[in-house]
Design a protein around this ligand. Structure first.
Ligand code: OSB
Ligand code: MG
Length: 370
């Protein structure tokens, strides 16, 4: 049991090493909220995976900030003695807003685990101490740049390279990447940019032996995804559509996908992420750990999740240097064999560097239990 005495919200901004363009927009920096909680025994950190714009989902930084400050933090203070696993119930009065909830829940869990000296990976039930890494490639201005970027990542050792696509920047780009890399594990991610009328595009992509096509259609189109899956050979993987274990079970039952991307932030935290994992493992559905361009705080959280037994495909758990010139924690590095160590220290196992935080912070607010 823990009592959270204070919560620090911090909006930070880190330049990305290169612009990250998807079908829903372009980002040149990672801007996100960090939550730090103070308890009597330890402090804990959580990263909100939302960005500045509501393009990936409904959530965005300024909305998440208000929600954390005006609803979630007061509810946590009012609850008094709590365990991290109670927070889902304490926050259930707020509909939606999974990313904001996950940030604060993760911070409380981190504090609780640090206080008892247990690693997040062990707490979740990890069965490995290294995970296989993939990388997600934004849509570059030209095919030449795409080929150069892909070649660089494959030379680094990444075990899977995911290409972002959007209507008009799909078949030719993927064909070029496949031709240049006949044996590479390639996948694509459409971030919901297509409709069922685009089935011919996906039939054409079948020729390139992709590991999967991620989120081709709108997030609410489970039935349409099941129709598309019946029309194509390539496995569909859902990301945006999966907000809960119930969504995941519905998607599998409907045949809307054969692979699931689990992002703990998108589903409201590690509790729901683990329930999705636990529901899909006995059904033999492969899952992998997605990413949202996290700093070292969110990356450490993701690596612990990716170490669970059902995570059998390489995750978007890339090295810090793929995103930032300088992270806010010590950088996460990938070995040439394409694997990364899962932190083994108490809690998430990493601490932000205070000098880096000071450089990156746009705004801070401290909330206290009265
Ligand atoms: O759809 O998986 C996605 C980044 C931001 C928002 C959505 C997505 C992504 C990525 C990059 O693909 C994953 C990462 O490397 O963190
Ligand atoms: Mg995705």
């Amino acid at each position: 049991m823990t009592v959270v005495r204070a919560i620090e919200l911090r909006l930070i901004r880190l330049p990305l090493v290169r612009p990250f363009r998807t079908s829903f927009g372009q980002e040149t920096e990672r801007e996100c909220i960090l939550a730090r909680v103070d308890t009597d025994d330890a402090e804990g950190w959580g990263e909100c995976v939302a960005g500045p714009n509501p393009g990936f989902s409904e959530e965005f930084n300024e909305g998440a900030w208000l929600l954390l400050r005006d609803f979630l933090a007061p509810a946590l203070f009012q609850a008094g003695e709590t365990r991290a696993e109670d927070l889902e119930h304490i926050f259930a009065f707020v509909r939606g807003h999974p990313m904001a909830k996950a940030a604060l829940s993760n911070a409380v869990l981190d504090a609780e685990l640090r206080a008892r000296g247990e690693s997040l990976a062990a707490y979740l039930g990890a069965d490995k101490d290294r995970v296989a890494c993939g990388v997600s490639v934004g849509i570059p201005p030209s095919t030449e740049q795409l080929l150069e970027e892909v070649a660089g990542y494959l030379a680094d050792g990444y075990r899977r390279v995911k290409l972002k696509i959007q209507p008009g920047l799909d078949i030719e780009r993927v064909a070029a990447a496949r031709e240049a890399n006949p044996e590479a594990a390639l996948s694509v991610d459409a971030n919901a940019a297509y409709s069922l009328g685009d089935v011919e595009t996906f039939r054409a992509l079948d020729a390139f032996e992709l590991l999967m096509v991620e989120q081709p259609l709108d997030q609410d189109d489970l039935v349409e995804h099941s129709k598309l899956q019946r029309e194509i050979r390539t496995d569909i993987c859902l990301d945006e559509s999966i907000r809960s274990a119930a969504d995941a079970e519905a998607a599998i039952e409907l045949g809307s996908c054969r692979i699931v991307n689990i992002k703990q932030g998108r589903v409201g935290g590690l509790g729901e992420a683990k329930r999705i994992h636990d529901a899909l493992l006995p059904r033999g559905v492969p899952v992998w750990c997605g990413g949202m361009l996290e700093t070292g705080i969110g990356r450490a959280t993701n690596l612990a999740l990716a170490a669970l037994p059902g995570f059998v495909l390489p995750g978007d758990t890339s090295a810090s240097e793929r995103y930032f010139l300088e992270d806010i924690t010590e950088p996460f590095r990938m070995d040439p064999d394409g694997t990364m160590a899962v932190p083994g220290g108490p809690g998430i196992g990493v601490d932000p560097r205070l000098d880096r935080l000071a450089q990156c912070t746009l705004r801070t607010e401290i909330l206290r239990k009265e």
